[in-house]
Write a protein that binds this ligand. Sequence first.
Ligand SMILES: Nc1ncnc2c1ncn2[C@@H]1O[C@H](COP(=O)(O)OP(=O)(O)OP(=O)(O)O)[C@@H](O)[C@H]1O
Length: 378
Amino acid sequence: MARRVAGTPPVLPGYTYVRPLGVGGFADVFCYEQDMPRRVVAVKVLAEGLHDPVAQRAFEAEADVLARLSVHPAVVTVHQASVSADGRPYIVMEYCLDTYGARARRGPLAVPEVLDVGVRLASALETAHRSGVLHRDIKPSNVLRTSLGTPALADFGIAAAVSGSTGIPAIAMSVPWSAPEVLEERVAGSVAAEVWSLGATLWTLLTGRAPFEVGERARDGREAMAGRIVRAKLAPLGRADVPERVEQILARAMSKDPSHRHPSMLALAEELRWAQYDLGQPPTALEVPSAEWAAGASPVEVADHGARGPVVSRVRARSRAEARAERVSAELAVDRDGLVVHGPARRAAWQAGVVGALVGAAAVAAVVLLLVVSGVLG
Ligand SMILES: Nc1ncnc2c1ncn2[C@@H]1O[C@H](COP(=O)(O)OP(=O)(O)OP(=O)(O)O)[C@@H](O)[C@H]1O
């Protein structure tokens, strides 16, 4: 796919545009400064002029999936999502300094760091799978590095339901990190295929290149690379400081036959923790929700096609008629006879009472005067 040029950043109330961060297949990512709370954020916006309903739906599904999973420490944190005034959906997320893809291109990472990253990502993916979601595009450039220096899984743009009801085709999977059965289109995604992709991602972090990449442009095209992933034997890592156990874990994760791989992300994480233990490294904590939580949680609805729109404030100016109606009802009161009267009626009742009292007093005075006059004459 030809690389797009970044579109214009949308005007977002409460945010000031700073600079572009990256261009993906269907979205642009920009850096903004949020006014309150004051912080730097990354805003992912659906590409300008892209009226493709599949891409639009994929973007909305990503916001839904991230909103559910971003409580996990190894998933990028989402602050907000909405639709800009010019109609482009966007997701506001934590700003990350780097990606592990960029880091791997600068050179191989140390073994302890790769094992730590592996356990954290496997925990995040186990959590996604227990929520009914497959990521389907696990690769180094989709692993961000947070301001705390920890990995955060991003780009759930082609996520699908574990059940297989995706609603979104595999439009943009990245060949070097895709399992053989995915490239052969035998499956669109599965837990076993995700185990393969995470194995390939960790392999890349340890070597600085993808597992079946030969480093020659002519031989690293999509077709040639896919052919090697399906048929070629995985080469050794070629690093003397990588323990045999780590080599075996990655070879198992990237078995051609999906049934020979680790049965779950949890199983892969457990093996990586044993490798940490062998190296005298404290095993990284497993951050996976309990089975009871997973059983009770409703699955993320990946195929929700409901219409979305911008956030609309429910607070609005009152009309004069509404203000008057509110004043009248606020004056609701009960008169002396226990009758409910409205404001103007209550005033009329009060006036009638005063007039009545005056008439009564005048009548009494007239009677007294009559008695006095008759007494004097008599
Ligand atoms: N939270 C973030 N903080 C900093 N930079 C980011 C962040 N999210 C994404 N980026 C940058 O933007 C680039 C594109 O983002 P992303 O991969 O999510 O878009 P995409 O359209 O889904 O891409 P793809 O072509 O991989 O599907 C990333 O490679 C990264 O460099």
